[in-house]
Design a protein around this ligand. Sequence first.
Ligand code: ADP
Ligand code: ZN
Length: 435
Amino acid sequence: MEKRYYQPEIETMPVAELQKLQSEKLVKQVRHVYDNVPYYRQKMDEKGVKPEDIKGIEDLHKLPTITKGDLRETYPYGMLAVPLEDCVRIQSTSGTTGKRVIAYYTQKDVELWEDCCARALVAVGATKKDVCQVAYGYGLFTGGPGLNGGSHKVGCLTLPMSSGNTERQIQFIQDLQATILCCTPSYAAYIGETMKEMGIKPEDNTLKAGIFGAEPWTEEMRRDIEKSLGIKAYDIYGLTETSGPGVSFECEAQTGMHICEDHFLAEIIDPDTEEVLPLGSVGELVFTSLDKEAFPLLRYRTRDICRLTREPCPCGRTHVKMCKPMGRSDDMLIIRGVNVFPSQIETVLINEGYSPNYQIIVDRVSNNDTIDVNVELSPEQFHDTIKEIAKLEKNLEAALRTMLGIGPKVHLVAPKTIARSEGKAKRVIDNRKLH
Ligand code: ADP
Ligand code: ZN
């Protein structure tokens, strides 16, 4: 297969050269932050680290980390490292886990972010001949603007649909012959479901690839989407704090996402002790922005749990790969002392032949944690008798118990009773926090 890159020299740079480049950029970036961000300077001073102590990436671990808490404390402009008049854009997180955090960009910051998205698009085969339908939300959320910018850079014909209005999305896919779809995986699943209802077969649309991210999704969900849309589905990862989508992306090998390492230096740490873990360990992903001017976070703790590998990739890219995040450290549910990730539940549901439309409800009754999983039946399954449904529920409960080690209560509900997501799906309702 022909190899395609957006920035070939950078994307295939030998690792030793890449690390030398990272070291040079890090030294400059630490100086930039120390001189311009009093909040971080104080953190460095408290830790007894001076910019001159950082001579290369091997010294990275000496720097203090930053958390979402620091960003909330310094909201709105406490992390600004350039005059505000040099900024041209504000974006914000989705606020999945609390108050939103904002990020600010200079023109150069926007460019490097869009370059990363362009790399992701070219990696799935995009060229100027493609029609790229961007169905991520536009606005403060980074999904829409990021992929929109990347699509322009590649020269695709860009359809800035934003999310929602699903029938119109499908009409445009058909009428304008879209070839690449970008949205959250849960929305892609919904578009696939709606297409089926409209009587459009997977082979009757022109789509060939999808770039789906911004939320966790399983391999099972990937297969489901690939089947329902008749495409190849690729993962993309990012967070507002580092820029947005495109921090890492899948290539044709689909065995992890290459991190744009020339811009984002990645580490894996032990979330409890902050100890840096060796390559291949599972831990919390930490990023240092090497080139960002306005909002240059050093050692930002993402709370995403994952693993890095540097095995050679058939695509020829040399940049380190991260696996699908296994969930956020704050996504993990602790139920009666057992760690449960929503993704484990999703895997079981899809393997057992259910739709990815589900909701997990956690509560505490008389000091005992309870977990209920509502799962939608397909219209075909819904014709079963009450007795049969009770049997299906028992079977699913048993499959979940085997996977999780604890027994959730399953409720099979009527088709279309669980709200569909046009952006990031809300899978978990934890009522324990309300008590
Ligand atoms: P928020 O923290 O409010 O959701 P963002 O909108 O910036 O803020 O989302 C970034 C987060 O979304 C990441 O830290 C990660 O947890 C999640 N995320 C993004 N892309 C993916 C992906 N491909 N797979 C799993 N999780 C992802
Ligand atoms: Zn690759």
